[in-house]
Structure formats: structure tokens, C-alpha cells
Design a protein around this ligand. Structure first.
Ligand SMILES: [Zn+2]
Length: 442
């Protein structure tokens, strides 16, 4: 993969600004050269090359292209500009089927990709597309949407790289073990994994704290404890554990929507029983609102991670607090513990639930952590670039600006690592995917 032909020609040269490589040492540089979509030189070596196109950063800052590790692009593109947490009042929220035809499904994806390019997002995980949603209300998650992805993929029409998880139940709802067992055996489509990687499965374990549907060990004030969504003749827990075990046996990546400590605990137990099954694309919990410090440490020990949404925490804190009580609310959304533990942690939007604007998500992360310094900011930037690449099992070839890696780059008006001002105020000037500019601000 690092066998870039030697020579002093480049297709593209970035110079004249600060470049955060986000490599293991956190190095910065002042120039970067690209050939055939790959980074071939940095710093003085890059400046010595003859480039077909030179982009003067003019004092701006470049970072690795942003990777939103949990974003429902088809749904986002079909709903845009209506987000669930937004100024759109409930009565004006889109309802029912959002896409009906192949052309509309295609348009939804292209709409999302345009928006993501404007936001500097070069990769994302589409968490849950499959037969479980073929009769789904929105039309955004079924097999037909998978076909739309495959068609655009084969036409090389993508402007963002996609990691896709298959779904054999309903989104945010029940799933039958039988359907899961049958579905996971259906063959995977053949794709170029650099652009469309189908890495594994999404399993919905439980609901969300504000609805008292998270499966928790300590009951809510109303006496209930939530419950599991997977179903089988042998009960919900059997179905949940079997789904995880089947995916592990098949070597598929597993992303579990789990918010309550009970559902996280059962996921962990199965992972701990199958320690050898953690592969290149690590398994992870999506949301993990009520993960305990001990569970976070066990997740790290077993090589699994978290995909979390600090902005949703901000939006739902008061609402969830009424159900959880002050003590559990104070311990919820343990971002600081996750970052401190060393467990793989990605900061994601879950758009269109919240805005796909990662800058707002990082501001919510600073607020949740209660600190704002350059070290913390660099750590947060890693959570939207290199750590999502690790979650994708793709950190050897994307996620940081290093020689041999793909040239996925986001150019910002100001240095996001400098503390004291919101990320949200930093303009996005240019987005480059695979060495090609897919967005340039007018
Ligand atoms: Zn989601």
C-alpha cells in the first residue's frame, strides 16, 4: 500500500498554512503533496515537487477529512433540512414514506453527500440498512436503499467513503432471532471497500433513557427497568446473546445500539466469552448513555469501543433527567471516563437526529468535559478522524495525513486546536476526497 512510485511530480500540493497530520505523534507540517489520491510527501519534500495544481492555504488549517462514525445519510438526505433536534416544530416534521422510487432514493443519498461535503465530512458509517426495514415507514433503510448505494458506488459517484452495517430487524425496534440468522447468511455484495465497506451488523438492544426504554439494572422511579428489543421463542436475552455470538462466529463487526447498563453488560459478557473474535474492525456500543466506569474499562480490555453523541446528550439531558433522577443523570454520558480509559471512542452525530455539523458536536463535547485546552481539542479532533478510521478497521490507509494514506482533507479557516472559541465559528473552506476537491466555498 505504501508503494507510491518515486518521482517528483504531484497532482496536488497544499501549502501556506498549518496542517495537523493527527499522526501518532500529533505532528504538524506546512505542506502536503498528493499523487493518484495518495499523500506522497510532507513538508519540505512536498514543496520540492512539481504539482499540477497548487492550493495556497493562505494561513488556513488543514486536518484529516472528518469521519462521522454514526450517521444515517439516506434518512438525512431524505429529511433535510429537517432534523429531529432543530427549529422544525413537531407538526412540520416529515412523516410517512420519505422516498418512494429509485430516483428518490438516489437523490436522498446525493443530497446527503452534497451536505456532508460542505461540512468537511469525507467518510461516515451508515448504521443499519437491510431487509428488516423493507416495510419500514420512511423507506430509508430497506434493501432498496442498499441497491441505491450499490448503484451509485458502481458508478463511482460517491463523494464520501461509506462504511455500512446491515440490519436484520427494524430500526429502533424489535428483531427476531430467526430473521437475523437467515439474513446474516445472505451473501455480501461485492464492493471496493475503500468506498463502500460492508463491515458487519447493527443490533438494537434497547431504547433511550428519556423514554425509560433503556434496559437498566436499577429501576426507573416508575418501577420499570426497560427491556431488550431482540426476540425469540427462548426469550429476549437468548435472542440478544445469540445474535452477538452468531455475528462473532462469522467474523462480522458488531455495532449494538445500547443505552442502558444492563444491555451494555450483556454485550460485554458475550465479547468476554469470545475474546479471540475481536478483528480488524472492532465491535462497539452506539450511544452507551449509562455505561459505568467499570464497563468502560472492560470494553477497553476486550478491544471494543464506543460511538457517542455528546450533542444528543446536551439536547436530552433535562428530559432524561426526569426519568433517571439527579444521581444517575450526573453519571450519564461518561465521555470523560471513555477518553481517559483509552477505549476506542468516536464522537458522532446520529444525524438526522441531531445536526451532522461535527463542529457543534465538538462544542457539546467540550461542554460535557467541562474544559477547553489545546490538548483536549486535539483529542476531540482525533475522535472525528483517526479513531473513526480505527472503528472502520481502516486506520492503515485513512484517518490521518501521513505518507501512503488517502488524501481526504478538510480545510478550515482557523486552527481548531486553538482554545477559547467555539468550533462552530470556524468556517469550512474546502473538502478533498481521494485527492479531489468535492467542495470549495464560493
Ligand atoms: Zn442512529
Amino acid at each position: 500500500m505504501n508503494q507510491t512510485p518515486l518521482g517528483d511530480d504531484a497532482d496536488l500540493l497544499l501549502h501556506g498554512g498549518r496542517i495537523h497530520t493527527l499522526d501518532g505523534r500529533g505532528a504538524t507540517t506546512d505542506a502536503l503533496a498528493v499523487r493518484s489520491g495518495r499523500i506522497v510527501a510532507l513538508g519540505a519534500d512536498a514543496l520540492r515537487m512539481h504539482a499540477t495544481e497548487a492550493v495556497d492555504l493562505d494561513g488556513r488549517t488543514a486536518i484529516p477529512g472528518v469521519n462521522d462514525a454514526h450517521l444515517h445519510a439516506a434518512w438525512l438526505g431524505a429529511r433535510w433540512p429537517h432534523l429531529f433536534f432543530s427549529a422544525t416544530p413537531p407538526a412540520e416534521q416529515p412523516a410517512g414514506a420519505l422516498v418512494h422510487t429509485a430516483a428518490e432514493r438516489r437523490a436522498a443519498l446525493q443530497n446527503a453527500w452534497r451536505l456532508l461535503a460542505e461540512l468537511g465530512i469525507t467518510s461516515y458509517t451508515e448504521p443499519g440498512i437491510g431487509p428488516g426495514e423493507d416495510a419500514g415507514e420512511t423507506g430509508c433503510f430497506g434493501t432498496a436503499m442498499m441497491d441505491a448505494y450499490l448503484a451509485l458506488h458502481r458508478e463511482k459517484a460517491q463523494t464520501a467513503r461509506v462504511t455500512l452495517l446491515r440490519l436484520f430487524g427494524t430500526l429502533d425496534g424489535a428483531a427476531e432471532l430467526e430473521d437475523f440468522e437467515r439474513g446474516i447468511r445472505t451473501p455480501l455484495p461485492t464492493t471496493d471497500p475503500r468506498w463502500l465497506a460492508v463491515t458487519g451488523v447493527k443490533i438494537f438492544a434497547d431504547g433511550i433513557p428519556p423514554m425509560t426504554t433503556s434496559w437498566v439494572s436499577e429501576p426507573y422511579p416508575d418501577g420499570t427497568s426497560g427491556e431488550l428489543l431482540p426476540q425469540s421463542a427462548d426469550g429476549a436475552l437468548h435472542a440478544y446473546r445469540r445474535m452477538i455470538a452468531i455475528a462473532l462466529e462469522r467474523g462480522e463487526q458488531i455495532a449494538v445500539h445500547a443505552t442502558g447498563d444492563r444491555s451494555i453488560e450483556e454485550f460485554l459478557r458475550v465479547l468476554e466469552e469470545h475474546r479471540e473474535s475481536v478483528g480488524a474492525a472492532p465491535h462497539y456500543v452506539v450511544h452507551a448513555d449509562l455505561a459505568t466506569p467499570a464497563q468502560i474499562e472492560r470494553m477497553r480490555a476486550v478491544g471494543a469501543g464506543f460511538a457517542v453523541q455528546p450533542l444528543i446528550a446536551e439536547h436530552t439531558r433535562d428530559w432524561a433527567g426526569a426519568q433517571l433522577g439527579p444521581e444517575r443523570t450526573a453519571a450519564a454520558w461518561p465521555l470523560g471516563e471513555m477518553l481517559g480509559s483509552g477505549a476506542l471512542t468516536t464522537i458522532t452525530s446520529d444525524a438526522p437526529i441531531a445536526t451532522p455539523d461535527w463542529r457543534i458536536g465538538l462544542d457539546a463535547s467540550l461542554a460535557l468535559l467541562g474544559r477547553d485546552d489545546a490538548g483536549t481539542r486535539r483529542q476531540l479532533l482525533r475522535r472525528v478522524t483517526i479513531d473513526p478510521a480505527r472503528q472502520d478497521g481502516a486506520a492503515t490507509w485513512k484517518g490521518s495525513l501521513e505518507i501512503g494514506k488517502v488524501a481526504d482533507i478538510t480545510v478550515l479557516d482557523e486552527d481548531p486546536a486553538e482554545p477559547g472559541r467555539p468550533f462552530a465559528g470556524i468556517g469550512i473552506a474546502r473538502t478533498i476526497v481521494d485527492g479531489r476537491t468535492v467542495f470549495e466555498r464560493a
